[in-house]
Design a protein around this ligand. Structure first.
Ligand SMILES: [Zn+2]
Length: 151
């Protein structure tokens, strides 16, 4: 029982997805995305934890005048962050490829994967879009899987 990994509860490691970087007016450049598939337990658990933190923090925020706006703000922010976590089915860890315009390597911050995913080139400051076939990510919505605990 010597776990070598980081002890993540997610199934499997990051997967590599072929994509292309698109900048208007330039030919698309092939890139490889490193994508982590998130288990629904990760999303729901993370959202619940986020919400719990803000629910706990809200009364303390309300101690500061003018009281109510802080509490409402804390709860609202918690709700926004929690719903973001719920929607994060895939996390983009990184991108390997070159900017279509200036051929400098592209870099992204890790975060929720969007389709297409925006990335701005640090060298030429052009906004590129990373397009990929969503089928390459594997399973779509977890509609078939049991989410019976919700509702
Ligand atoms: Zn560039």
């Amino acid at each position: 029982m010597s776990a070598t990994g980081s002890g993540s509860a997610d199934a499997g490691g990051p997967v590599s997805v072929q994509a292309e970087a698109i900048v208007f007016g330039f030919p698309p450049a092939p890139v490889a995305l490193s994508v982590l598939r998130r288990a629904s337990s990760w999303r729901i658990g993370g959202a619940a934890r986020t919400l719990a933190i803000f629910v706990v923090a809200a009364p303390f925020a309300a101690l500061v005048p003018p009281h109510a706006p802080w509490a409402i703000g804390a709860l609202g922010l918690g709700g926004i962050l929690a719903s973001r976590r719920l929607k994060e089915r895939f996390t983009l860890l990184g991108v390997e490829g070159a900017c279509p315009k200036c051929a400098e390597p592209l870099a992204v911050k890790a975060g929720r994967l969007r389709s297409p995913h925006p990335v701005s080139c640090e060298a030429c400051h052009h906004q590129a879009a990373l397009r990929f076939p969503e089928a390459a990510l594997g399973d779509g919505p977890a509609s078939a899987k049991g989410l019976g605990g919700l509702g």
